[in-house]
Design a protein around this ligand. Structure first.
Ligand code: PLP
Length: 221
């Protein structure tokens, strides 16, 4: 928790902070909340549901975003609980969210994830054209999905030149998406190791885990 204040002070109103609480207990979430954090990120649907109270029963203003890859069979459980899905990466997934949100009578906010580094193991739309097709599909065919923006995870390893190339590409793509949809206001990029660089490229939201909560203990799960 030590760096939380430093991180949020440095952000200085330039971007929203999503505190990524995966692998950390709800007590840590509440501690960050008391210090001013309101937006939280979780990777897995089950962990999110076990950790956070349901929508409507959380402390004032607390929101939870799903930032990890989502399987279609978990969409219902995800949208019942989260305030936004930031990792939408295919047309079939968009379709499924539309269908389940319609059934629940809600509108789900989403970000489309872009695989800006081209790394095989990364999720996200593989090309600008595919992501734009996804955006167009939401606008033309989905009345229960609201397009809020674009998300990316920078290259593994944190090489500065590669980071800048990935963030620059994603910013250009974000600008194109923003041209076609007036609901779009979020460019989510930047994590503990690269958020300062991401801000240089116009990030409006950083997702910070380690720098706020400390190292994750993967043996816990
Ligand atoms: C875990 C995770 C983060 C936070 O990573 P840190 O390096 O701990 O800041 C951000 N975004 C996504 C998609 C993640 O899975």
């Amino acid at each position: 928790m030590t760096d939380y204040k430093t991180s949020s002070d440095k952000l200085n109103g330039r971007a929203a902070l999503v505190a990524v609480s995966k692998f950390h207990p709800y007590e840590a979430v509440l501690e960050a909340y008391e210090q001013g954090a309101r937006l939280f990120g979780e990777n897995r649907v089950q962990e999110m549901r076990e950790k956070f109270p349901p929508k409507g029963e959380r402390p004032d203003g607390m929101k939870v975003f799903l930032i990890g890859q989502l399987q279609r069979n978990k969409v219902r459980k995800a949208i019942e609980w989260c305030d936004r899905i930031e990792s939408v990466d295919s047309l079939p997934l968009i379709d499924k969210i539309e269908k389940e949100a319609a059934e629940l009578g809600i509108t789900m906010d989403v970000l489309l994830e872009f695989n800006s580094s081209g790394e095989e193991q990364k999720s996200g739309f593989r090309s600008e054209e595919e992501l734009l097709e996804g955006a167009g599909y939401i606008l033309s065919s989905c009345s229960h999905v609201r397009l809020k923006g674009v998300m990316t995870v920078g290259p593994l390893g944190g090489d500065d030149v590669k980071n800048r190339a990935a963030f620059s590409k994603t910013k250009a793509l974000y600008d194109r998406v923003r041209e076609i949809a007036d609901t779009v206001d979020t460019l989510s990029m930047g994590m503990s190791a690269d958020w300062e660089t991401a801000l240089e490229y116009g990030s409006t939201e950083v997702r910070i885990g380690t720098a706020i909560f400390g190292e994750r203990d993967y043996s816990r799960k």
